[in-house]
Ligand binder design. Structure first.
Ligand code: PAF
Length: 282
């Protein structure tokens, strides 16, 4: 595995590949890697002969500075894991490489309702930050395939919109969420859960299963109230949302047409840790 820190160095290593060559697959990460990330690298390996991974904890997507400060870091272990998983090229940029002119005057992307709904509402500015960093990474890495996890469902929709907006010739490949044996979605933030919170956390998944099972049977308001209560009963402190939304627009859906794709989504707090997850409705 080759480790590089600049776009120039990436271009040298990938000199045999044209920009946005489908033989180059890219997995962007913020490090603190787990099996979910490794599954993305494995999927990328299946899709393309060259796999590029990046680790960059992007300051512009943290609306809460203390979340940024506490974001887990495990670079040495991450490097070993990526090497074993078959990453060919690891891009490890500095903040000054990503944002040479600082972060005050970065582009603003037209995300419409997507940045007001759900995560957008609770994390103002977050999706602008995601677009800023993903756009910059795509400009630098120039991959043909971009491999991302469905765990961050709304982020995938936002990145799809970013790709349409920029017209970049990259294809988004969304991969299923990887779960622990009890159903908890893998997440770097799980590391911050106490043993007791770790046990409580599984209720996020069972609540999503409940939502998905009943999405086409019960009114949205009843479902939302029941789902929130299940989370509170399990020990979650605050429920930001537990809802059913259109799978493409993420607008709330109370009475989905039989052929309308919908998804159950939830975000809730266990102590100081905010967990999010989702489950497509069959
Ligand atoms: O999902 C993440 O880890 C981040 O939001 C991403 C896509 C790497 C951008 O910083």
């Amino acid at each position: 595995m080759i480790i590089v820190k600049t776009a120039e160095h990436i271009r040298k290593v990938l000199a045999d590949y044209s920009p946005f060559d489908p033989r180059v697959a890219f997995v962007p990460t913020m490090g603190a890697l787990h099996e979910g990330h490794l599954a993305l690298v494995a999927a990328a390996r299946e899709m393309a002969p060259v796999v590029v991974t990046s680790i960059f904890v992007n300051p512009t997507q943290f609306n809460d500075p203390s979340d940024f400060a506490r974001y887990p870091k495990s670079l040495e272990q991450d490097i070993l894991m990526l090497e074993a998983a078959g990453t060919d090229l690891l891009f490890l940029p500095e903040v000054s490489t990503m944002y040479p002119k600082g972060t005050d005057q970065l582009p603003v992307y037209p995300l419409g309702r997507l940045e007001q709904l759900l995560e957008g509402h609770y994390r103002p500015g977050h999706f602008q930050g995601v677009c800023q960093v993903v756009h910059r990474l795509l400009d630098m890495v120039q991959p043909g395939l971009l491999v991302m996890g469905q765990k961050d469902y709304q982020q995938c929709m936002v990145v799809r919109q970013l790709i349409q907006h920029t017209g970049l010739a990259v294809q988004l490949q969304i991969q299923p969420t990887i779960r622990e044996n009890d159903g908890l979605a893998m997440s770097s933030r799980n590391r911050r859960l106490s043993p007791q919170q770790r046990q409580q956390a599984v209720v996020l998944f069972s609540t999503l299963q409940y939502l998905a099972r009943n999405a086409r049977r019960l009114p949205l308001l009843t479902l939302e109230a029941e789902a929130a209560q299940q989370l509170l009963d399990a020990g979650f402190g605050t429920v930001d949302y537990a809802t059913i939304a259109d799978a493409h627009t993420l607008e709330p859906v109370s009475d989905p047409a039989p052929d309308q794709p919908v998804v159950a989504l939830a975000a809730a707090w266990l102590g100081e840790v905010r967990l999010i997850d989702n489950l497509p409705v069959p």
